[in-house]
Ligand binder design. Structure first.
Ligand SMILES: *Cc1c(COP(=O)(O)O)cnc(C)c1O
Length: 456
């Protein structure tokens, strides 16, 4: 065997032995960053190391600093696991090493991504002609979509952003909800829009944008000058903005509508949860992730734009050496060279089938409901949201006790939930985003919560 084959064998062995530990290893890491830096650090030795020795040694030394994200009891933030077909094809993506910006150079991977994009539009009930750009995640998708929105809106006002730039451009306003995700603010910042420039619209108690508040906000903006940023799936409550009421208001005002649905857009794939997404297909652009609800490996999100002309006008590059062959992947994302991160999306969708995608989303919701019911039955625990989707929030009567429980859970190791503030209280959040979570994982987690609360 050559060095490459031996190194891949070593990676295979290390990966399967890590995955075999998931059922029983502590979910939270057992080493700190500083300890890991000590393990891997020091001056770079002058002599190199054989690849297979290096892989085995690296994997063994990383072990205590790994977090069990691919297992069934990681409920922190909003983080998915990895479906087997997606994981294995992700390895192929690296082995193939296809620079997938151009359809001329890498037809196999570009075709897989394009077909996966069409499947996604169908599953999520979005317009069939929309462009799907594969980016690293919802953060970059929000950035890409808002960049497209700004250029298109300025164009309609007779201003060419590509030629004239942003200086002296007509005054567009970015309208956002009070409970938008922080990545919207970062996307705005990348576009030169500061927090004082945002028009923030009040939300209801579950974090949904209020239609009366949007109407009042739009009344203070010139028609045709608003980009309205809505949300499918609030990260604490899982609540969806009321698109049926909000989008017509934005439309009547001549606004662009963007929806951040990093995990929420997937509700449309489930017949029983689809109502949450009612009206969402009327937007102009959509953000979603594949590495959350769809359970492909990091990193993969999608920037979806209704009118291909808008995304192409924003992103198509010049360059005499870049051969134009129709719609290229680099025409619809900020990246030029990139890995074929959409191939695991094709594999995840094909391995599940459309019924399997619906079942996956339903199962994540059912896990959230089971977790909420189990938590509500523990004396002293308050479940703080209605659980319309995959997010559960809970707290104890006392904020310090809630925070202490959060720290004790990570130390104990059975399960990971992460903390936040909601409604003036410290809360703990469980996000049901992993295909790997079983009813037994929910039971084991609830038993750990009960033990820790009894012991406190
Ligand atoms: C996770 C999330 C993001 C950011 O997504 P990344 O994939 O981490 O870039 C944006 N918006 C919402 C609603 C999210 O849940």
């Amino acid at each position: 065997m050559d060095e490459r084959a031996r190194a891949l064998d070593a990676a295979h062995r290390a990966a399967t032995s890590f995955l075999a530990t998931l059922a029983d290893r502590p979910v939270w890491p057992r080493a700190t960053l500083d300890e890991m830096i000590d393990v891997f650090g020091g001056p770079l030795p002058a002599a190199g190391l054989d690849a297979d020795t290096l892989v085995s040694d690296l994997a063994a030394r990383a072990e205590p600093g790994l977090v069990a994200i691919p297992g069934g009891r990681f409920f922190g933030f909003v983080i998915g696991g990895t479906l087997p077909a997606a994981l294995a094809t992700d390895w192929l993506v690296s082995a193939w090493d296809q620079n997938s910006g151009s359809s001329l150079v890498t037809p196999a991977t570009v075709a897989l991504e394009r077909v996966a994009g069409q499947w996604i539009l169908e599953l999520l009930g979005l317009p069939a002609g929309a462009t799907v750009g594969y980016v690293t995640g919802a953060q970059m998708s929000n950035f890409a979509c808002l960049a497209v929105a700004r250029r298109a809106m300025l164009e309609r006002l007779g201003w060419s952003l590509s030629r004239q730039g942003a200086r002296n451009a007509p005054d567009l306003r970015l309208v956002v909800g009070d409970h938008r995700h922080g990545s919207i603010d970062r996307a705005a910042r990348l576009l030169g829009i500061g927090s004082d420039d945002l028009v923030v619209v009040a939300a209801d108690a579950d974090g949904r944008m209020r239609p009366d508040a949007l109407e009042a906000a739009l009344a203070r903006i010139d028609p045709g000058h608003a980009i309205v940023c809505l949300q499918a799936g609030e990260v604490h409550t899982g609540a969806f903005d009321p698109f049926v009421e909000l989008i017509p208001l934005a439309r009547a005002h001549g606004g662009w509508v963007h929806i951040d649905g990093a995990f929420g857009l997937w509700a449309a794939a489930s017949p029983s949860l689809r109502d949450l997404m009612e009206g969402a297909s009327d937007a102009d652009s959509w953000t979603t992730d594949a590495h959350k609800t769809l359970n492909v490996p990091y990193d993969c999100g999608m920037a979806i734009v209704r009118d291909p002309a808008d995304s192409i006008a924003m992103f198509r590059t010049g360059g005499d050496y870049l051969v134009y062959t129709g719609l290229d992947p680099w025409d619809v994302t900020p990246e030029l060279s990139r890995r074929a991160r959409g191939v695991p999306v094709w594999a995840a969708l094909r391995s599940l089938g459309s019924d399997g995608v619906a079942d996956l989303v339903d199962r994540l919701h059912a896990n959230a409901v089971a977790m909420a019911d189990g938590l509500a039955a523990i004396p002293g625990v308050t479940v703080a949201n209605e659980v319309p989707y995959t997010q559960v929030m809970f707290r104890l009567d006392d904020d310090d006790a809630t925070r202490a429980l959060g720290a004790a859970i990570l130390a104990e190791g059975t399960v990971v939930v992460t903390g936040a503030e909601w409604g003036g209280h410290a809360v703990l959040r469980c996000s049901m985003s992993s295909w790997a979570t079983t009813p037994d994982d929910i039971e084991r987690s609830l038993a750990a919560f009960r033990r820790l609360i009894d012991a406190a």
